[in-house]
Write a protein that binds this ligand. Structure first.
Ligand code: CMC
Length: 429
């Protein structure tokens, strides 16, 4: 049997070290024994942007980026998108198994009773400027929720955590709908708990004076599938933020606000918004070659393309591309689809993109669907944040239960000056 270890020779000292290998990893802390002398701190792994560092052990989501595979708790994303619902998928992420019928009913009931938000929340949403970005409002409002649930600070109590998980899953769509209505200058619509999770969200967004909002079943299902596809994606930027902030022991509302802030950026959840801006800028199919030339010349990026982990077609993009056709049958075809299809066609043949293994990611087509459904582009990252809440919470819960986890606190390579004496102002010139 070959040894499951790594032998390292430190050429500075000639000493050899045996580092155990477990699950294809070595422990960075095992490097610390490698010292030049007793005063040496020991070797540190330097990994800016965490290109090759596992920060946790996780049983939630599996990605094989080379083969374009995504599974939640072992279930292929394509099967969940085809057969599951968002709330069932959220249960799966959080509990590890698909629920029985009665477990699912209890789960849905436990979430549905929490869809209302405190009336004061409406007041502070009112305080935002009429054209405030919805994601900024969502981030602030979720952070504000922590002040309403003082019990949420007892993060080491599993029952308290369970309660906040129900609340957060239930209230994210309500907050998202309220900020949308605020931008639109329309009255807030209370949740209708006779409707399902996604239908209720659509009702809070679009209902006007009618008693009950008639949700189009194709659009309801399409949004639910989009929610499934966005529910988790292992240790991405926002999830790492969730785990990192949660590791300090803060309440989950504050941690979700931080995770949502990470999601807001254009390189992460803001990319679907950036895709629409890019398509508008290109304008027509005829404008695609010139745009591709500019990207290759380093003038900007092809938004919705490329991924840190996927070096193959993002499996979520494949499902979304199919879903777009179903949605467009109802809403009419988004005229920008042709520009997107042409961009994809050219990029998939072009050596610049092929050699860098850049393929469409989840954000490339999702924005076109959201736009066809009537969402303004600024709502797109919010539509990502709602379902990702399940993933953030599942990862937070897993982190809270992991006895190996401590407060997240990376090291640095110090490049600052050595010690020096304070210089009086009169002597600084
Ligand atoms: N357009 C043009 N070139 C690109 C792109 C792109 N979208 N993405 C990467 N590259 C090039 C990059 O310039 C670099 O080339 P070179 O080696 O010549 O310097 C090479 O590909 C590797 O790129 P990188 O920046 O080192 O890759 P990364 O893993 O750090 O970045 C990424 C991943 C997703 C931030 C990046 O691909 C990107 O900016 N994509 C556009 C934004 C986007 O669509 N983001 C959504 C990601 S999926 C959903 C989510 O996570 O929220």
């Amino acid at each position: 049997m070959p040894q499951s270890s790594l032998t390292v020779t430190d050429n500075r000292t000639g000493r050899q070290y045996e580092l155990p290998i477990q699950d294809g990893t070595i422990r960075s802390t095992d490097l610390r024994q490698i010292k030049t002398d007793s005063g040496d701190f020991g070797l540190i792994a330097y990994d800016p942007a965490f290109m090759n560092t596992a920060s946790c052990r996780s049983a939630i989501t599996f990605i094989d980026g080379d083969r374009g595979i995504l599974r939640y708790r072992g279930y292929p994303i394509e099967q969940l998108a085809e057969r599951s619902t968002y709330l069932e998928t959220a249960y799966l992420l959080l509990h590890g198994e698909l629920p029985s019928r009665s477990q699912l009913e209890k789960w849905i009931e436990g979430i549905t009773v929490h869809t209302m938000v405190n009336e004061n929340i409406k007041k502070f949403i009112d305080g935002f400027h009429y054209d405030a970005h919805p994601m900024g409002m969502v981030i602030s409002t979720v952070a504000g929720l922590s002040t309403f649930y003082r019990d949420a600070r007892q993060v080491h109590d599993p029952e308290v955590r369970r309660r906040q998980i129900h609340r957060l899953l239930a209230k994210m769509p309500t907050i998202a709908a309220y900020v949308f209505r605020h931008n639109a200058g329309r009255p807030y619509i209370y949740p209708d708990n006779t409707l399902g999770y996604t239908a209720n969200f659509l009702s809070m967004l679009w209902r006007m004076s009618e008693g009950t909002y008639a949700v189009h079943p194709v659009l309801e299902r399409a949004l639910d599938v989009l929610f499934i596809l966005h529910a988790d994606h292992e240790q991405n930027c926002s999830t790492s933020a969730m785990r990192g902030i949660g590791s300090s022991g803060v309440d989950p509302y504050s941690a979700i606000a931080g995770a949502a802030a990470a999601l807001y950026g254009p390189l992460h959840g803001g990319a679907n918004e950036a895709v629409i801006h890019m398509l508008n800028e290109i304008g027509t199919v005829a404008g695609v070659p010139a745009f591709i030339r500019d990207v290759k010349a380093g003038k900007g990026r092809l938004m919705g393309f490329g991924h840190r982990v996927y070096k193959n077609y993002d499996p979520r993009a494949r499902v979304i591309k199919r879903l777009a056709e179903e949605v467009f049958d109802v809403t009419g075809r988004n005229p920008m689809l042709d520009v997107a299809l042409e961009l994809e066609r050219i990029a998939l043949e072009d050596d610049y993109f092929v050699s860098r293994r850049l393929y469409p990611n989840v954000d490339f087509y999702s924005g076109l669907i959201y736009q066809a459904m009537g969402f303004p582009v600024e709502m797109f990252p919010v539509l990502f944040a709602i379902p990702r809440t399940a993933g953030w919470l599942a990862q937070w819960e897993e982190g809270m239960r992991d006895p190996e986890q401590k407060i997240a606190r990376p090291r640095q390579v110090n490049t600052g000056p050595g010690v020096r004496d304070y210089v009086a102002m009169s002597k600084r010139d």
